[in-house]
Ligand binder design. Structure first.
Ligand SMILES: [Zn+2]
Length: 105
């Protein structure tokens, strides 16, 4: 791949042109990666502090659980919107199904 600004040859993994500093457009930007996930959003039964909403998002998108909790706490304390969003997520996101031991008769 080549720089769209100066035509310099670029390393496929580089995000900026080393010659002119132009940012290289990527198909998969970090922001897209932030929300790419597989599987269903559920509230896990383990590791939760209140309702498992933070754990659900952290597990689903591979975010750091501590960071998610801090951001959530800040949103709740600073805006109040966070509390509504948390309760909404609590209601909307289904709880992880209980894993029951399979019966063998
Ligand atoms: Zn360039």
């Amino acid at each position: 791949m080549f720089c769209t600004h100066c035509g310099n040859k670029l390393d496929p993994s580089s995000r900026f042109c080393p010659a002119c500093g132009t940012s290289v457009p990527l198909a998969a930007t970090p922001f897209v990666d932030l929300f790419s996930s597989t599987g269903k959003l559920v509230r896990p039964r383990l590791n939760r502090m209140v309702a498992g909403v933070c754990v659900a998002f952290a597990q689903q998108y591979g975010w750091d659980l501590t960071v998610v909790r801090i951001v959530t706490a800040l949103l709740i304390v600073l805006t109040g919107v966070g509390a509504l969003a948390y309760i909404a997520a609590w209601v909307i996101i289904p709880e992880e199904p209980l894993v029951l031991p399979t019966k063998s008769i």
